[in-house]
Design a protein around this ligand. Sequence first.
Ligand code: PNW
Length: 532
Amino acid sequence: MLLKDLEHNQHEQAMKFLSACEYEEAAPWRVFLLVAMLMRVTVVANNTFRFPQNFSFSAATSSYQVEGGWNEDGKGVNIWDSETHKHPELISDFSNGDVAADSYHKYTEDIKLLKDLGVQFYRFSISWPRILPNGHVTLVNQAGIHYYNNIINGLLAYGIQPMVTMYHWDLPQALQNLGGWTNIYMVECFEDYARLLYKLFGDRVRWWITINEPLIISQGYAGEKGRAPNINAPGTGDYLTIKTMVLAHARAYRVYLREFKDTQKGKVGIALNINWYEAYANNSEDISAAERTIQYELGLYANPIFSTTGDYPPDLKERIAQNSKAEGFRRSRLPSFTQQEISYIRGTWDFFGLNHYTTVWALAALREPVDLRMKDFGAERIQDPSCPRGSSKWLMTVPWGFRKILRWIKQKYNNPPVFVTECGYSDDGRLQDEERVKYYVEYLREMLKAMYYDGCNVIGFTAWTLLDSFEWRGGYRERFGLFYVNFSDPTRPRIAKESARVYKEIVRTWQVPTRYPQYSYDTQECSPTIPL
Ligand code: PNW
């Protein structure tokens, strides 16, 4: 349908509605509906959607990626310190986060950048070993507390809301020595750590994220090179971490609910990353392969928390149990939850944190599975190297996939409030970063369509990332920042890229600028061939 027809139809609907109201009492929901209809008319008439009034914009970083100060003022060693120091060859440019963007010293400057962007939120993470050098609450590092107090107070002074991630991958090495997330004991450690954070900062922090991307964390136990702690146990070690992380999240949520929520009135969620998986061919095998991949990468974490039934997705649970049995295991490699645990975990969310970057094609498996994990999800994931992409080889610009995954989440989990906690594009760090601008313009347009046409309850959007930073195994070669950082200059100066200016304009005008044409990312031209 053409936009102008839509506009016309909606006018008509609104008019019919108005005349119906003349005969009936105008119940509050009717008035609400009318306002909603008229708003839609205005947005379409302007040929662009405006963000809803109570929407929020944010920019994000994570502690290990920006702070530096790796051994300053009593901070303990984390698994990324260990990995990058022992195995620099696992990082594309042999670098590490020892100094990174030096936000440990330059945080006031970072807060000014946020102020300049005009965002309502800053999402940052707390380094567990900067607060608890050995991971346990028996030794607390005052300098660490001081540092995060300064950030939080600095943000609030400018009217910016802190959104705090408790865990963004920098596990205290002392806890990894006990097996890290494979050890169910971590649930206790995480509870203690979370409680301490609520006590220390919860009087000012209203938005908490327990764990960032458990999927990627689990891959650090599944032999994916360059993901700390770099343990190679696909299909077993990674599955142990899933149960631990989901329970640890639930525990942190319930501690808040029991001990803090009444007084602090904040919200607790989790940040889950997921690509859109598009079926390669329009046949039932590929369609179910794509669905299974989403369930495997998202459902294993989201279903226990967000679904009404709780527990892992039933089909996948069954499939892994069957595979395990056939392999001679006495029980499923995916450790099960008890009934009590299922009810304990179900519903432990105030919002759904979504990290989304790209779309990948899925088809029914062609090759012999190379490990147990691949056998379990039983699909090929493929991309096309000739498609538009930046400096991260996994990241293609596919805006329409964003809308599809938002719709999937709406359907599967009953339309929870989604705060997009990461979205962004990498390049080589150029200041005229046109491709990043196009990426944000198109992704935000698709997000608005998901909101206005599909009714997805998206409440906020976070640009990943504020600053060029240490991109894990991509080192400093993959730059996601709105601000450029010169890493060869000891003072680590920050310079706004073109994308920072455009993002600022979006936040100021509350809409995506109309001067940008609809860029075509017609993936028909791409023929995905390369297994990931
Ligand atoms: C996220 N993938 O990781 C992390 O939360 C950030 O710390 C990171 O800098 C950012 O995305 C960019 O990489 C991801 O392969 C890593 O689909 C890989 C994927 C997704 C997210």
